[in-house]
Design a protein around this ligand. Structure first.
Ligand SMILES: C[S@@+](CC[C@H](N)C(=O)[O-])C[C@H]1O[C@@H](n2cnc3c(N)ncnc32)[C@H](O)[C@@H]1O
Length: 260
């Protein structure tokens, strides 16, 4: 095949961004940069205003997907080793995009890990007053549904790991693994706290952590507490509403949660 590989890579990733957000069907006259599928969600009624078939594969907009891409490019350029994980995947759009990044760059030595209950956000007994507890929509998407979606993009293979179950049960099993990029998108204080506790120590120095739910007070509390407790040095930046920072400490820091 002839053609400029950079242009072909860019074109492939651009098409993935347009499809996982469902800009293709829903964008109308809006430019991609101003489109956000969440505009079709009524938060008061806790429901989509569009039929199931039209719903996006990710709630992220193109700028948030670009943040993943920018950090992936940086990690690759700097030779930061490790896998990519999203904790809280819903319908799998960000996982599809991460796997597409590996494919577009011919990367075969990294895994994409999709951690989710595939049964929605659990109610938090520890933080009963977290506003997320009052949501009627728990954002569930089943494992077969997510698996089929990834397969439909031609991206379901041995480089994708689907980790089914609640974080407190599944994430400890990743001990010993090395991560280069962590994306947290589980909404609740407790879920964010648990995922940071188990995943952050696995992140390599120079790896990136991204927090989708920076607009949710519980999530912000979980992140602030964790950063303060462990005196993390990486400066928090905010891009398209997502908070992120680059790990300055060695892999293995902080140590495992107390009692483990
Ligand atoms: C808002 S959705 C994620 C959106 C998705 N990342 C995207 O790009 O559109 C939140 C997800 O977090 C998952 N989740 C929340 N807390 C969890 C927990 N403690 N264990 C496992 N999954 C959890 C839910 O099942 C749901 O799929």
């Amino acid at each position: 095949m002839s053609g400029d590989p950079d242009l072909m890579r860019e074109a492939y990733l651009d098409l993935i961004k347009r499809t996982v957000t469902n800009y293709i069907q829903l964008g109308d006259e809006l430019p991609l940069g101003r489109f956000h599928s969440a505009g079709f969600y009524d938060p008061k009624a806790s429901e989509w205003t569009i039929p199931p078939i039209a719903r996006p594969r990710t709630l992220q907009n193109v700028h948030q997907l670009e943040l993943i891409e920018q950090q992936f490019d940086r990690i690759t350029a700097e030779g930061i080793t490790g896998d990519l994980i999203e904790a809280g995947v819903w319908r799998g759009g960000a996982i599809i995009f991460m796997r597409a990044l590996l494919k577009a760059h011919g990367v075969t030595d990294r895994q994409v890990i999709a951690a989710d209950s595939f049964a929605g956000i659990p109610l938090s007994a520890k933080f009963k007053h977290d506003t997320v507890n009052s949501w009627t929509d728990r954002w569930e998407a089943s494992l077969p549904e997510v698996r089929a979606a990834i397969a439909r993009f031609g991206l379901l293979d041995e480089q994708v790991e689907l980790l089914e179950g609640y974080f407190a049960d599944t994430l400890p099993g990743l001990a010993g693994r090395t991560l280069a990029l962590i994306r947290l998108d589980s909404d609740s204080l407790e879920s964010t706290e648990t995922s940071l506790q188990y995943l952050y120590p696995l992140l390599n120095r120079g790896g990136a952590v991204m927090i989708d739910d920076w607009h949710l007070i519980g999530c912000r509390i979980a992140v602030d507490n964790y950063r303060k407790k462990n005196k993390l040095a990486g400066e928090v930046q905010v891009t398209a509403g997502n908070a992120w920072w680059i790990k300055q400490e060695e892999r293995g820091f902080p140590g495992p949660p107390a009692g483990e």
